[in-house]
Design a protein around this ligand. Structure first.
Ligand SMILES: NC(=O)c1ccc[n+]([C@@H]2O[C@H](COP(=O)([O-])OP(=O)(O)OC[C@H]3O[C@@H](n4cnc5c(N)ncnc54)[C@H](O)[C@@H]3O)[C@@H](O)[C@H]2O)c1
Length: 142
């Protein structure tokens, strides 16, 4: 039987490409997205093959339903751009931290085999040195 993946943030740039690749590989896909920053055209790609859970991840109960029965979770929701997290840190924290904790706890309780999540080079701060990795952060330009 085909493995089932939950892709969170599927309306986004990365999530929509991940969904397309999973479908190309013959996987079953479910997604959850609240359309806060994602694009409708991303959601329409191959949407007939994807089981959609419409709504906000910031709900343990919704996350529990989304995670039920899946083998893997690819966790990709985001609230860009970075300055927004400075202007409204509570909302960013709720989506990025509490929402991620909801997914991790429900995945653990549902026996999901693995959860993968994307980070960002923004956590390293600005760097004039490429690639932008933790050890290069805040290096002056040469
Ligand atoms: N795009 C890049 O170049 C890049 C590079 C490195 C890391 N990342 C990381 O990859 C992840 C995805 O990035 P992206 O560019 O695809 O983001 P994106 O903004 O294009 O998509 C994010 C998706 O998450 C959804 N979302 C936001 N809050 C939600 C919530 N509460 N509940 C449900 N859905 C919600 C949005 O509607 C959107 O569809 C992020 O964690 C980002 O930091 C992105």
């Amino acid at each position: 039987m085909s493995e089932t993946y939950l892709v969170t943030g599927r309306g986004g740039f990365i999530g929509s490409n991940v969904v397309d690749e999973l479908l190309r590989r013959g996987k079953s896909v479910r997604d959850i997205d609240n359309s806060s920053t994602g694009k409708r055209e991303n959601l329409s790609t191959s949407s007939r093959d994807v089981q959609l859970v419409e709504g906000d991840l910031r709900s343990y109960e919704r996350a529990r339903k989304a995670v039920a029965g899946v083998d893997y979770v690819i966790h990709l929701p985001a609230l860009p751009p970075v300055p927004r997290s400075v202007q409204d840190p509570l909302t960013t924290n709720a989506v990025s931290i509490t929402g991620t904790l909801d997914v991790l706890l429900t995945a653990r309780d549902a026996g999901v085999r693995r959860v993968a999540s994307a980070s960002s080079s923004s956590v390293n701060g600005p760097s004039a040195v490429s690639p932008n990795m933790a050890e290069n952060a805040n290096q002056p330009s040469r």
